[in-house]
Design a protein around this ligand. Structure first.
Ligand code: F6P
Length: 362
């Protein structure tokens, strides 16, 4: 009997998801296995129409495409799914048994779950219930501690750097301060990498609660040195020393995380009020998640996909593939999701930022 393998993509999308699918389908096919994709996370284990057969011919050409051909969701936790009862009230129900039963009935021997910390936590809970699961780390935020990089990050940094590059000429033409808000809930990887590479004057990250006095001092110093424009890059999860992370509430029903956003506008208003400078803010938002993956992200995603199939062959489950240069390794999922990867404030990247005169808000 041929082995049947299941793959799903969960959480916010990231450039490179299709490359993982491409690698899994092609590696598995060469072992004589059948691969099925589950639409929108666990949808294919709830509704047969959402279970799709994936073949090398069917995935031809997807590796360079952004998004995921399987669709994704960040409000689909099967252990706590909100459903409306007859009285119109929302109840939280656990549908994980049904999903596990359907997984077994379909004869799958392994589930490759591609996702960030939220999706991997769900995958781990299924592993504890008896589903043989292998995790593949994904998030543009690059905040999973067990792996040096997650795919999608490099593409997001490229997009953000490109945007910052373009802001220089308009900021300079109008003697303005431009404040760019980038993604990064718990850590400022995108802000730091794109801010340094894009020649920002200040970079504000969740790891360093910032002082507006420091940011304004940097802008005033620019003026003294005859530079009448400034660029400030701020991660969505950054906060001032005496403030909170700005959020828009939980948004759609079933989300576990707050929708962040608004810190860029807040910083811009502070600069305008304190310095009287013409200031504008913009939010790059989901532009950073879109588009074709960079070469780096494609290669990393392909390596993750192929490594996941090798783990399946070896029967190593409840583990996540991780890149610990120069090797691909496997880390127990529980360990991989324990801590978020924060920027090491003693690292040479942070030191480089300080050395070239970038204000980090402290
Ligand atoms: O976790 C990845 C991420 O891109 C965060 O940086 C951001 O806060 C979040 O996803 C946005 O998610 P959504 O697509 O639900 O708006």
């Amino acid at each position: 009997m041929r082995e049947k393998l299941l793959i799903s993509t969960g959480g916010g999308d990231a450039p490179g998801l299709n490359a993982v699918i491409f690698a899994v389908v092609n590696s598995a096919a060469r072992k004589g296995w059948e691969v099925y994709g589950s639409r929108a996370g666990y949808g294919g284990l709830l509704d047969r129409d959402d279970l799709v057969r994936l073949t090398p011919e069917g995935v031809e050409g997807i590796l360079s495409q952004g998004g995921t051909i399987l669709g994704s969701t960040n409000k689909g936790n099967p252990f706590a799914k909100p459903v409306e009862n007859l009285a119109g009230e929302i109840q939280i129900v656990d549908i994980s048994d049904k999903i596990l039963t359907n997984f077994q009935r379909n004869g799958f021997f392994c589930h490759i779950a591609v996702g960030g910390d939220g999706s991997l936590e769900i995958a781990h809970r299924f592993a504890q219930k008896g589903m043989p699961v292998i995790g593949v780390p994904k998030t543009i935020d690059n905040d999973l501690e067990a792996t040096d990089r997650t795919f999608g990050f490099d593409t997001a940094v490229s997009t953000a750097t490109d945007a910052i590059d373009k802001l220089h000429s308009t900021a300079k033409s109008h003697d303005r301060v431009m404040v760019v808000e980038v993604m990064g809930r718990d850590s400022g990887w995108i802000a730091l990498y794109s801010g340094i590479s894009g020649g920002a004057d200040a970079i504000l990250i969740p790891e360093i609660p910032f002082q507006m006095d420091a940011v304004c001092a940097k802008i005033s110093d620019n003026e003294l040195h005859d530079k009448h424009y400034s660029i400030v890059v701020v991660a969505e999860g950054a906060r001032s020393e005496d403030g909170e992370v700005i959020n828009k509430g939980k948004g759609e029903l079933g989300r576990s995380e707050m929708v962040l956003g608004g810190i860029g506008e807040w910083v811009a208003n502070q600069i305008r009020d304190r310095l009287g400078k013409d200031t504008r803010s913009l939010v790059l938002g989901h532009l950073q998640r879109g588009g074709s993956p960079t070469t780096f992200d494609r290669l990393l995603a392909l390596r993750f996909g192929a490594a996941a199939v090798r783990l399946a062959e070896q029967g190593i489950f409840d583990h996540m593939v991780a890149w610990v240069p120069p090797n691909m390794t496997a880390v127990p999922i529980a360990e991989a999701i324990r801590n978020r990867k924060k920027i090491d404030l003693g690292s040479d990247k942070v030191q480089t930022a300080r050395d070239i005169g970038i204000c980090l808000g402290d």
